[in-house]
Write a protein of this length. Sequence first.
Length: 183
Amino acid sequence: MDNFLVNAGSYLISSIFGLYIIIVLLRFILQTVRADFYNPLSQFIVKATTPVLKALRRIIPGLFGIDIASILLAYFLQYIENILLSAIRGISVNPVFLLWHSIGSLLTLVLYIYFFAILVQVIISWVSPGTYNPGTALIHHITEPVMRPARKLLPPFSGFDLSPILVFVALNIIIMFIPVIFG
C-alpha cells in the first residue's frame, strides 16, 4: 500500500508541475520565436501564465528581449518538483545537486517540446498537408527556427523533406548527453 501511495503521489506531483512547467516554457518559446499571440492556443498559454509572471516581472526585468521571469519561474517550479519527488520517495538529495539537476531537467523538457512539435508537424503534413489550423500555425512558428538550418543541410529530395530526421537525430543525441553533464 505504501508503494502505491508513493507512486500515486509522484505521478500527481509530476503531472501537475510538469504541465504548468511546459506551459511556462511554451510561453517563453513563443516569445522567443515571436509567434502570433492572437492565436487561440497562444491566448490560452498567456492567460494561464500571466497571473504568476505579472507578479514576477515586477521583481525580475527582462534582459535583451529575453523573458527572464518565465525562465526563472520554470526553473523554480522544476526545483520544487524535484524536492517534492525526492521527499515523497524518501530519498535525501543534496539541494545544490537539485539546483544543477533542475537545469538539465528543463533543457531536456525544452528538447522534448521541440521533438514532439516536429513529430506532430510531420504527421500533420502526411495526414492533411496545406490545411490551416491555429495549432498547426503555432507548431510551425515553434519549429521553424530549428528546421530552417536543417533544411539547408539536407534539402528536400524529390518532394520529400527529410530534414526532420536530421533534427530528430540531433535532438536525441543532445537529450542523451544532458544526463552526463547534469547528473
